[in-house]
Design a protein around this ligand. Sequence first.
Ligand SMILES: *Cc1c(COP(=O)(O)O)cnc(C)c1O
Length: 366
Amino acid sequence: MKFNNALKDITLYEAGKPIELVVREFGIDAASVVKLASNENPLGTAPEVANTILAHATKAHLYPDDSMHELKDGLSKKFQVDTNEIIIGAGSDQVLEFIARALLCSDDSVLMSRITFAMYEIYAKQLGCIIRRTPSYVHKADEFIEEYKKHKPKIIYLCIPNNPIGDCMTASEAFRVIDAVDSDTLVVVDGAYMEYASYKDRDCSISPSDILKYPNVIYLGTFSKAYGLGGMRVGYGIAREELIGELGKMRPPFNISSLSLAAAITALKQDDFIQESLVLHTEQIAKYEEFANQNNIEFIPSYTNFITYLLDEGLNSTVVADNLLKKGVIIRNLASYGLNAIRITIGTKAQNDIFFGHFGYEIGAR
Ligand SMILES: *Cc1c(COP(=O)(O)O)cnc(C)c1O
């Protein structure tokens, strides 16, 4: 069988390892596994959301409301945008897929930072496109503008803040890029971690309504991170109505389940839960910075719910990640991104202390 040539060049997306794998491979009890690998909310999801999901179980035989009106209404009030300016995806990942398929033809190029969210590349490569990257792994506006002028890419991906590095382009820098680009190029502002970034630093805050004056910019958000709904798969894109209308042509009907829809609607109302999550996060990420400083580990100041430790020659990120895995601590090895670094999702105090204990041992043994 001959597959689409474009597939030759695609490496599989490497998802964070699930708890089940550690249980299976190392015989560790599921309850003792510490998963700090997929940027999930360590507080879980708000109890009201879990109750909503349970309450909707009896309606599992009904197709969901495909207009998703109630969810769009909630988002529209939260962000002061029109419901026609919103598209819902099975995770913002699916919105990224709609965007790629709606815009890209083979041999078009797309531009992203040297190290960023892997799905931008994967969707573009599926369509036979050329990947261009800025030289730096953190987002630099001048580099984006320069590469844009050279290659006129069809899509520019700004991951604000950036996964898996944690750096954050300021809003004014992002708009410097956006203003330098003409309307043939779409700029994607991926705000998967925006709740964390805007809580930490107002200068990094971009809200969806800020981008609506541009016909060629789309803002992406997700319920998977701060809202604690990774397992429900709900994300959204916000842009001008004309753009949303075109993306709608790529969307299959009923693309998120009725349970997901109900969960997201309830999650949007849990301001106290989000606040509590951000407070815990802020307190705990400070511990990671302190630990790094005490142990001479270089880290990238993070605007997200994870932190990236850059390891020196004495520590190999693959070895460290494997050793921690055997002890039931799942973190992310960034070797596949060409970095000797590990990315750790900030957990609860108890989870983080377990990480510090085991990682401290690795440092001592180097
Ligand atoms: C997690 C993440 C997403 C999307 O997550 P979904 O679960 O598909 O909503 C998008 N972009 C970045 C940068 C992410 O880290």
